[in-house]
Design a binder for this molecule. Structure first.
Ligand code: HMG
Length: 406
């Protein structure tokens, strides 16, 4: 290869400059077949419904069918993105989850197969509690700065499971968000800088031998608030925007009231008044999907973004603040600016359908689904066909999960 050809090739593959804008080009989410209204849980355990509806701000929780898991949800979220844009240019799929189904194989490899993506793809799974999808987004942005012709498919998929009859039970949920990250994005440009915060705390964790998470509820709320303050301090020190520049804030929402607690804490710690009308205005639209889906862990903050974009009048050119928190704990505060013309690219009708199509179940059915476990002895097991979604977990055989595409 001549010197001049080599230098042209190198210019093309490192074409990114400081002016390359990178961000979320498309966003789609999927949730489960079933939904449990909080009224049913309250009736069973004798809780005053105001505690759920007002105290934690939750109306219902998505419940996976026996043949749904993080793979089927992730594939269902991502399939419309591949249908709209094709697979060209997608050279990386990052799957973020904390409800992993395998200690070695990335769940994204199953999604890659179900979606028929090309073999020339890099697939990896990322984990840090609910923060994983933001790490995936930043990983994607770095890759695209290196080669702006590439796109990265980020899939955040989780099933949140706490012990039955525990305080955490009311904050369960399940969903997947898929985002196509690219140069010149159609929805949201993600900005530098980011505010970062890590602290070694045991507020919420799930040892490898457990299905359900362990949590110290009140400690977890305190750890989240401490992280909000820490990320904002770092964001400001890195030269970020002032607080008043943001038109809305998307918080990680383990339950929607947590976003309100977090935002008030941010305002107070930054020396601002907490005007409740302004707080409601900054957060109100971001909670609509999380209030009826429940905690979707890694997907939660991006469900907040979906709800905001789908419902706001017009956010063109507006900066939105993102606060991603993952127990344990790692958090990041960053900003995104909404791109002109974004409304033509939204999936509002499909998102409403994903929520409205869920079949309401009673407490007994939910409890039976919660108690179900897959065999661990390698025997053949066919899962009951319950989901009507595009992908299903057909069973398990020889310790291998078997997926089906409809
Ligand atoms: P709890 O102890 O059952 O509830 O658990 P409570 O007594 O704290 O009450 C909750 C709120 O309801 C309170 O409001 C009550 O006053 C109110 P607050 O004082 O907080 O403003 N209340 C009522 N309101 C109206 N009418 C009534 C009524 N009764 C009470 N009748 C807790 C609550 C969230 C701790 C529990 O559900 C839990 O442990 N959840 C799981 C942990 C969690 O979600 N933590 C959040 C921060 S950590 C995080 O976000 C990370 C996470 O997503 C995991 C990850 O990163 O991977 C969890």
């Amino acid at each position: 290869m001549s010197t001049s050809t080599a230098s042209t090739a190198s210019t093309t593959s490192t074409a990114s400059t400081a002016s390359t804008t990178v961000g979320i080009h498309d966003l789609s989410f999927a949730t489960t077949e079933f939904v449990l209204p909080h009224t049913a849980l309250a009736e069973y355990n004798g809780t005053e419904i105001g505690k759920y509806h007002v105290g934690i701000g939750q109306q219902s929780m998505s419940v996976p069918a026996a043949d749904e898991d993080i793979v089927t949800l992730g594939a269902a979220a991502a399939a419309p993105i591949v249908a709209r844009h094709g697979a060209d240019g997608i050279r990386t799929l990052v799957f973020a989850t904390e409800s992993s189904i395998d200690q070695a194989k990335a769940a994204g490899v199953y999604v890659h197969s179900l979606l028929g993506l090309p073999s020339a793809t890099r697939v990896v799974e990322l984990k840090q509690a609910c923060y994983g999808a933001t790490a995936a987004l930043q990983f994607a942005i770095g890759l695209i700065h290196r080669d702006p012709s590439q796109k990265v498919l980020v899939v955040a998929s989780d099933v949140s499971k706490y012990e039955l009859d525990s305080p955490g039970e009311a904050t369960q949920g399940a969903a997947a968000v898929a985002m196509l990250v690219s140069a010149d994005p159609a929805l949201v440009r993600i900005e530098d800088p980011s505010g970062l915060f890590t602290a070694d705390v045991m507020d919420f964790w799930r040892p490898n031998y457990r299905d359900a998470a362990l949590v110290d509820g009140q400690e977890s709320i305190g750890a989240y608030l401490q992280a909000v303050q820490g990320t904002w301090k770092d964001y400001s020190e890195q030269g970020g925007r002032p607080l008043e520049a943001f038109s809305a804030f998307c918080y990680h929402q383990p339950f929607t009231k947590m976003a309100y607690k977090a935002h008030r804490h941010l305002l107070n710690s930054a020396g601002h008044d907490t005007d409740e009308t302004a707080v409601k205005q900054a957060l109100g639209l971001t909670t609509a999907y999380n209030a009826v889906i429940g905690n979707s862990y890694t997907a939660s903050v991006y469900l907040g973004l979906a709800a905001l974009l789908d419902q706001a009048e017009d956010l063109t050119g507006q900066p939105v603040g993102f606060l991603s928190y993952g127990s344990g704990s790692v958090a990041e505060f960053f900003a995104g600016t909404v791109v002109p013309g974004y409304r033509e690219h939204l999936r509002t009708a499909e998102h409403r359908t994903a929520i409205e199509r869920r079949q309401a179940i009673g407490y007994d059915r939910y409890r039976a689904l919660h108690e179900r476990t897959l065999p661990t002895d390698g025997s053949d097991h066919a899962t009951p066909a319950e989901t009507t979604g595009p992908f299903r977990l057909a069973g398990i055989s020889g310790h291998k999960r078997l997926y089906e595409k409809r």
